[in-house]
Design a protein around this ligand. Structure first.
Ligand SMILES: [Zn+2]
Length: 455
């Protein structure tokens, strides 16, 4: 019997997560994500943005998708083009979020067909290939391989797949978090014992503030901006973070005094979240959506009237979406604030804005489109930053360093393969296995490197 794994992407990096497992010659792919940090201006964009699917030399039995974030599910339509009809197992929630991501990617590149990593047809094929893998469910994949979906915390619908093959157990963490967030409760892996673990290592050897402390700082800062009559823009990932931020503000009591709006793709993900978590999400959340009937006029009023308010809108890194329109409207006002609440890739506009200084200038061109989406006009607009931009709030949905160690020690594998983290921190762990998991082999593969779990 032999079991091995090759990272096709997402090894010593965050982005492009895709791990190819081999069980006695049968292949199972876990995740097929994009690298959101690759700039579309990069001459090698098309090869860099997707995992290296060319390393798949035989049609896999299936794909298992851990959750609906872009860096885990975003390239699945590309896989479906290469391997049509191969089933892709995921939770219902992940299906809803992934579909949104695939369609968003098509939309972002609608004017740049040469940058498309998949077509509408590939998305349709991919949607047809989706098979349900409910949280807590267990599925026989054939060839003696089975998979169980363990709840991973992180975001709605996220799972940690646990594979069984000929008496051996392989646990793939996906992205996970042990601490409760406001909406999503933490994972509980107590009592699970396995032979091999492939784990994310985002916060390995990194410290961060606790969720509670960051929540306090965030609420205090929002309130002080609103009280002085300013507007607060919170660019947020539509999946997970938008709902977390909304619920934090909801529970703070700010709603009684100030308007809070959700706009863009976050309205759809908020509806999905309400459907699956009716006891965790405000039942009146839809009343805070920028109104459907006349969205343009409503948005214009929010942008330009003098009422203090909060707007939660994607994208979190200002890569697109209506967050750009609000930034353009508010970045110059010294009473206003822009508050980032998540990871910012250094290649993004969000990063440059977040770490800018008062007086720095940015371009926010206005793009006019016809009804069928064709660009009709681009109006250049420059803005000088005068608004407040506090340090990003660390509302992480990933396991903290101590939680990683406790999780690995609880699972107690013979071999621990670390991925989805920085090269420095993973290398440190490989050199100091006794500080990580005494008695185990700790492995930090490169992309494309085959790791033999069971020879
Ligand atoms: Zn994630």
């Amino acid at each position: 019997m032999s079991i091995s794994v090759v990272p096709l992407g997402g090894a010593k990096e965050i982005g492009g997560s895709s791990y190819l497992f081999e069980f006695d010659g049968e292949l199972v792919l876990v995740d097929c994500g994009l690298r959101p940090g690759v700039s579309r201006d990069d001459p090698d964009y098309l090869t860099k943005v997707v995992p290296n699917l060319d390393l798949i030399k035989k049609t896999p039995v299936c794909v298992v998708t851990t959750h609906g974030h872009l860096d885990h599910a975003g390239a699945s339509p590309t896989f479906s083009r290469m391997f049509p009809g191969v089933p892709n197992y995921m939770s219902e929630e992940t299906r809803a979020f992934s579909s949104l991501q695939w369609n968003d990617t098509l939309k972002i590149d609608r004017d740049r067909p040469h940058l498309r990593v998949f077509s509408e047809g590939d998305v349709t094929a991919c949607q047809k290939a989706v098979r349900p893998l409910p949280i807590g469910g267990c599925i026989d994949l054939g060839h003696g391989i089975s998979v169980e979906a363990i709840r991973a915390g992180h975001i709605l619908g996220a799972i940690s797949p646990k594979f069984k093959f000929k008496g051996k157990t392989i646990f793939v963490s996906g992205d996970f978090s042990c601490q409760d967030q406001t909406v999503i409760s933490g994972a509980n892996f107590d009592g699970i014992k396995v032979d091999f673990v492939l784990s994310e290592a985002t916060y390995l050897a990194r410290s961060r503030q606790s969720f509670g402390i960051e929540k306090g700082r965030f609420i205090a800062d929002v309130l002080s901006v609103l009280r002085r009559g300013g507007k607060v823009l919170i660019p947020a990932f539509s999946i997970g973070r938008s709902q977390e931020v909304y619920q934090i503000l909801r529970e703070s009591g700010l709603f009684e005094q100030f308007d809070i709006w959700i706009d863009g793709g976050a309205t759809y993900t908020s509806k999905v979240s309400l459907r699956y978590l009716p006891d965790k999400i405000d039942p009146d959340i839809e009343k805070h959506f920028v109104s459907k009937e006349d969205r343009g006029a409503h948005r214009h009023n929010i942008c330009h009237d003098d009422k203090p308010c909060v707007v939660i809108v994607p994208s979190g890194m200002l890569e697109g979406g209506y967050a750009i329109s609000y930034t353009r409207a508010w970045i110059g006002g010294n009473k206003n604030a822009l508050m980032f609440t998540g990871y910012l890739d250094p290649n993004t506009l969000g990063y440059r804005v977040c770490y800018s200084r008062d007086g720095d200038e940015f371009d926010f061109p206005i793009i006019k489109r016809s009804r069928d989406g064709e660009i009709t006009k681009i109006i250049p607009v420059a803005r000088v930053r005068h608004c407040l931009i506090p340090d990003p709030y660390q509302f992480s949905a990933h396991a903290a360093h101590e939680d990683l160690l406790a999780t690995w020690r609880g699972l107690n594998p013979k071999k621990l393969v670390l991925v989805h983290g920085s090269p420095e921190n993973i290398n440190w762990a490989v050199q100091n296995p006794n500080e990580i998991l005494p008695g185990a082999e700790v492995i930090g593969p490169q992309n494309g490197e085959r790791i033999i779990l069971e020879p």
